[in-house]
Design a protein around this ligand. Sequence first.
Ligand code: SAM
Length: 229
Amino acid sequence: KLSERLITVASFLPIGANFADIGSDHAYLPCYVCMNDETARAIAGDVRVGPLSSARETVSKYNLTHVVDVRLGDGLQVLKENEVEQVVIAGMGGSLIRTILEQGQDKLGRVELIIAQPNVDEKNVRKWYMENDYQIQDEVILEENGHIYEIIVGKKSTNLKPLTDREIFFGPILLKERLPLFYKKWQIEKDKLSRVLKQMGQAKTKDHTKMAKFKIQLEWIEEVLEDAK
Ligand code: SAM
């Protein structure tokens, strides 16, 4: 059975999706999508040989070799130009997702929808969306196996509504919704950031620029948590 996290990621793909799943590992997501929608087509990419052979195994096991194409390569390099309309990148850090998108600009020509599920550093994804004309259309926060995950859906837009730094940090939709899980996440992040700042304050050589940035972020978090009371 597919994880709730990946089922939620999949739920944002349209019927008849023609998409790439980058960093697909076992290719569970593209197989799930193509099993439930016989008009869907997928490319499963991964940069490592081990995950790629797992992907091939899953695809053969479910007799999906005609609809899920497994390819070895770095990021969006596995794609030809204009090959897909949607891209999924899930289960890695936000900075890696951002790098993959940045380095794959030439493959995004026809890509109308990007579904990203960063494990950390979600703000990097939002920032890239904003700088590249993808409007955040949906955001989900969910907890599974003791981890809190965010899913951020960007849709190509011609009249982008810019985000504030605070919206980039928390997520514009998550910030509006303020679900209990959102507060739980930011309580954890607040504790982490306080510890980091304390350590930075005790270090012999201090990075004052970074500390100032973290202090602002800590203030934002405290403000948001204050509203929860
Ligand atoms: N997407 C699946 C999920 O969300 O459950 C698998 C996530 S797994 C933790 C991350 C996968 O990304 C690994 O299989 C890894 O080999 C792959 N990966 C890491 N960097 C990559 C890159 N630059 N291009 C393609 N795949 C990459």
